[in-house]
Write a protein that binds this ligand. Sequence first.
Ligand SMILES: [Zn+2]
Length: 460
Amino acid sequence: MVTRREFLKGSAVAALGAGGLASAQSVGAGAAGAKAAAGAATNLPASVPAKAAAGAAAKAVAGAWDAHVAIPASVPWRRFEVEAALYAWDLHDEGVEQVLDNVQGMAAVNSVYIIGLMHPERRPETSATFPHNPVRPFWVAEDARANWFFDPKRYGRIKPRASDFAWLADTDWTRVFVDAARKRGLRVGFEFSHSLVDKQRVEGEFADLANRNIHGEITHVRDWLRPVCPNHKDTREYAVAAYTEVVEKYQVDWVESAMVLMDEAVGGSPARGGGCFCAACKQAAPGFGVDLEKIQAALLKDPAAQPELAQWLQFRYDSVDAFYKMLHAAVHKAKPGIVLRYNMHAKNPRDWGVDIVQLKPQLDALRIQDYSEQTGQAAAMEGKRTWLTEERRSLGPEFNVVSGVAVRPRATPELIRQGVGIAVETKMNGIMLGFYDGADFANLRAIREGLAGAGLHPSD
Ligand SMILES: [Zn+2]
């Protein structure tokens, strides 16, 4: 296998000094990570025996299921999808074959995707430690690092940024993942998560790309997120290069966007966050039939001024729509039949510049990020049913929609079985497990039980 370092030897990225960035970054992050990990392990002694037991259970369970698992070798997109989302570090730590054995065996997964560009987040997200990772208690995902081998020559001004850690950067984890999944006849996808470009570069060399709030500042609704503007030509060039590279190189079945292109306008108002008023937007605005300078002046005086507020919100929807129109064409040119899926990562997509119904023509599928099961509350399940029902109604019966089902704490097997049932009853095309890394095995098995309870059997 060609390592990342060999791959980059003599390349433009080496000239750019990716190695320099990596070493500068990894000292701090690595040391802090190790210290925190050690702290967590000593603070939570109970997790050690639990983890060892879980490891043994994993082997036993995977072995037991192997005997009678009969998932179809290739699952047409319109059949019910049971998806697991995975990370490069899951594959490194547990081993790709073990991970796939677990999700197929326990949860009847027939489709997998790698979140190959993640935002900074402590994993597992909702609990202190991984329940079955044999290597580390947790991992702090780096900001927008490429877990695929990229060819710098494909890119313009913005190039992907590799991990600061050799064990992540020196292996093409997307290749490892896709090859292993294909051998098993699984469908395979790739997700770009919320931050397309890391905060450090967005606040530095790419500051001209950053979403700007009504005061002209780089938006900072969340400490870790600095969205780049969909109207900036370099954002568009980079997104097209990255998406088409992944699609062409790995021939995935679908590519998913959870990207934030317009920072959250909290409560639908420019008063609290919300892009974008950058120079590129002002230049693009006449093409969308508005004068953004005029809108900005009015909203600075009164953030609720009409018709300027409505015009600004529509300008955001139109900007995001135009971006996806371009991206949709590019990925379909790269691979006819590819599925471009949008991950509806919030219940208030309009506050993020996304009008789902307007955006529908630019998409092939949608994932609803509903994780009601992890509230641990039976009452929350009606909220799930309502949300899924509403989206199915607004998108129509033919559109491909997959719902999340949380399998991590505090979800219980009972709530998970209910969640699967609700997804089937509301006519979803599938479910996505959120998330393998934090799920104990009883919760994974509840997926298979829930499918059977809803009349779906993996061998059908
Ligand atoms: Zn902008």
